[in-house]
Design a protein around this ligand. Structure first.
Ligand code: IMP
Ligand code: MG
Length: 183
């Protein structure tokens, strides 16, 4: 299956089954923590789409969803820290408890910028849920409130995460072979 993509994967880091179990667990935790609140899940496009679609179905509260798209310029491996809003949210944030849904927290620059920007719109609260946390590379002062997996400092793809817009549709998270992005 997927042989043309799988030849570029060094090894599977997180299997579909591992991800499924952990997302269910985090969804249950969020459901308990947000009881009685006005939860708005904000998916950061495009990397969060697969995680978002699984996570929202693991949440048993009546949540709203919205999406935002930001670009840190370029399709490379490293975040530049310069963030541009490509697509903004569709609604005002007053009265909502925001949960930002991210694929991976790396340097943290993207989410740190975004959180500051959304705080200025005066929601009730803002928290962060990330599928992956690459804390070894954190430079910004930001930590996830909910995290599914800690990952090593290697470039990973799949389950929404891309390299140059490819591999998002791999159903698991894998480590990309260095030769793919160094070649
Ligand atoms: P940060 O601003 O450095 O935290 O970068 C966050 C964004 O960089 C993520 O939303 C991803 O789009 C991208 N990113 C960082 N590390 C990886 C990785 O290992 N694989 C794929 N994308 C990554
Ligand atoms: Mg990306």
């Amino acid at each position: 299956m997927n042989s043309t993509m799988e030849k570029d994967i060094k090894r599977v880091l997180l299997s579909q089954e591992e991800i499924r179990e952990k997302v269910a667990e985090v969804g249950a935790k969020i459901s308990a923590d947000y009881a009685g609140k006005n939860l708005l899940l904000v998916g950061i496009l495009k990397g969060s789409v697969v995680f978002m679609s699984d996570l929202m179905r693991a949440i048993t509260l009546p949540a709203s969803i919205d999406f935002m798209s930001v670009s840190s310029y370029g399709s490379g491996v490293k975040s530049s820290g310069v963030v541009r809003i490509v697509k903004d949210l569709e609604q005002a944030l007053e009265g909502y408890d925001l949960l930002l849904v991210e694929d991976i927290l790396d340097s943290g620059l993207t989410l740190s910028y975004l959180r500051g920007l959304l705080q200025n719109r005066h929601p009730n609260s803002i928290r962060i849920v990330t599928l992956l946390n690459k804390s070894a590379r954190r430079t910004a002062d930001i930590q996830p409130d909910y995290c599914c997996f800690e990952v090593p400092d290697e470039f990973v793809v799949g389950y929404g995460l891309d390299y140059a817009e490819k591999y998002r549709n791999l159903p698991y998270v894998g480590i990309l072979k260095e030769e793919v992005y160094q070649g």
